[in-house]
Design a protein around this ligand. Structure first.
Ligand SMILES: [Mg+2]
Length: 231
């Protein structure tokens, strides 16, 4: 637990963090988002994919871009984007066991919607570990890495960011986390969220304090096998 002994609150991203990028779930979500943009704006899938990426880069999420530029209904978007089959996603025994042994409060901080976050964490068998989930609805649809959204989650769960650690596969989300005082752990899954494919960079920026290929690897290497005794 070196470097983490002062931590009392653990903040987890959901997509490509609590479940792995190689499950293909996020790829399905991206497909649905692209189809939505294509149908809603009456453009080809190729154009829709390019526009989706532009919105993601400009606004943080495709959804935010569609809200700003096309006044779409966010609830309809979330319902369609997250209507994906997760039945093949395996439960991870390491994550299940180690979340029990990780001392402190655990919360989820995701740009995904509430229904999907609940469905996925139940499916993964880990929902009971979390004190709460801060979803894009809670964020008033202002996604990570917007600073006001970090202020909102810190207020909602009233934790000290200097005693919190955040796990996310998106470096940019960890930049804001570090600015609030959080310790950061980058899940370097080799591909960017939202299908950008541009997350990996040669030089790891200073706001990335720790990194791992998969959350399960970090938990396995960091969290002791037995419960930490309270002093
Ligand atoms: Mg993610």
């Amino acid at each position: 637990m070196d470097g983490f002994r002062h931590i009392d609150t653990w903040v987890f991203d959901l997509d490509n963090t609590l479940y792995d990028a190689n499950t293909g779930v996020f790829d399905q979500i991206i497909e649905h988002m692209t189809q939505y943009v294509s149908d809603r704006l009456g453009i080809s899938r190729e154009e829709a994919n390019a526009l989706r990426r532009t919105y993601w880069q400009t606004y943080g999420t495709t959804l935010r871009g569609l809200m700003e530029e096309h006044k779409i209904d966010p609830y309809e978007f979330l319902r369609i984007a997250h209507d994906v089959d997760i039945s093949d996603v395996p439960q991870c025994e390491v994550i299940k066991e180690k979340l029990t042994l990780l001392p402190g409060r655990k919360v989820i901080f995701t740009n995904s919607g509430q229904e999907f976050a609940r469905r996925m964490t139940r499916h993964l068998g880990i929902d009971h570990h979390f004190e709460g989930t801060f979803t894009i609805e809670d964020a008033n649809f202002l996604p990570k890495p917007r600073p006001e959204t970090y202020t909102a989650i810190i207020e909602k769960f009233s934790f000290d960011p200097k005693k919190a650690a955040m796990f996310d596969d998106m470096q940019v989300n960890l930049k804001t986390a570090a600015e609030t005082g959080m310790t950061t752990v980058w899940i370097n899954c080799g591909e960017g969220s939202d299908g950008d494919g541009e997350n990996g960079c040669e030089d790891v920026p200073p706001y990335i304090h720790h990194q791992t290929g998969k959350l399960a690897d970090w938990l396995e290497q960091t969290v002791p096998q037995h419960p930490v005794k309270k002093k």
